[in-house]
Design a binder for this molecule. Structure first.
Ligand code: PGA
Length: 264
């Protein structure tokens, strides 16, 4: 069976832009990013900006995602925003981003609960996985990826896994400008897809989208989109620059057209 996956570009704004700044920036993006069929462009602003941007945004161009969400739908969890609250506003939610794992000490068990809560609430999880530099140097990359995937996706059905997204983000490449070589990304993506096939079957592994993330910009994006099995990118720093981000989206559109032509 031939896969039918659409390329996704997701812009993770992290803890940048106030509500007012986010609105101005979205205006800029809407001027620069063209409406394209066949690819998906997702914006991940801070949680406060989600509501106003959801009203402002051109739905033909963008979808919204949250950078995080809590797994209990409601209750005495001071400071948290649940997936049940996010569901009215977003299509996607990041789970287990390396900054959550390393700064806020989130582990695989928490990631798994968040993934389940997202799916239960009709939000597609983007599960972030990736090794640290130390783990890569110790030859532990595959083991880490295996653990994060097996734990993060546990309790999902094959169909739910197929509808999910995994972002391969080597920790050493995030926000450092030191992006991973396409060969390294290709190997990791193949490994991830094989693991998913092994755990959830061929259909899930063919439908699941796998993104690369880590210092992606308008200059290196094409090398990643050329990788067989790479379905797009999770972009941090470069998503805050409308020139760079709109170039990245254009590259994704061209890559999608090539893929569609090859499939037909
Ligand atoms: P970066 O961030 O593009 O700034 O490296 C990527 C991410 O954290 O998702």
């Amino acid at each position: 069976m031939r896969n039918n996956r659409h390329i996704m570009i997701a812009g993770n704004w992290k803890e940048h832009l106030t509500v007012a700044q986010a609105s101005i920036y979205l205006n800029r993006l809407e001027e620069h990013v063209k409406t394209h069929q066949g690819i998906e462009v997702v914006l991940l602003p801070n949680v406060l900006a989600l509501q106003p941007l959801s009203v402002q945004l051109d739905r033909r161009k963008f979808r919204l995602g949250a950078q995080d969400g809590y797994y209990m739908d409601a209750g005495a969890y001071t400071g948290e925003v649940s997936m049940a609250m996010l569901r009215e506003l977003v299509h996607y939610v990041l789970v287990g981003h390396s900054e959550r794992r390393h700064i806020f000490m989130e582990d695989d068990a928490l990631a798994s609960k968040k993934v389940q809560a997202a799916v239960r609430n009709g939000i597609m999880p983007i599960l972030c996985v990736g090794e640290t530099l130390q783990e890569r140097l110790a030859g532990e990359t595959n083991q880490i990826l295996h653990n994060q995937i097996a734990a993060g996706l546990q309790h999902l059905t094959s169909r739910e896994v197929g509808a999910s997204v995994i972002a391969y983000e080597p920790v050493w490449a995030i926000g450092t400008g030191e992006y991973a070589k396409p060969e390294q990304v290709s190997k990791a993506i193949d490994f991830i897809r094989k693991q998913v096939e092994h755990l959830y079957g061929t259909r899930a592994s063919e439908n699941l989208r796998i993104l690369y993330g880590g210092s992606v910009d308008d200059h290196n994006i094409n090398a990643y989109l050329d990788i067989d099995g790479c379905d797009g990118a999770l972009v941090g720093g470069a998503s805050l620059n409308f020139h760079k981000f709109s170039e990245i989206v254009e590259s994704a559109y061209r890559a999608q057209q090539k893929r569609t032509m090859r499939r037909n």
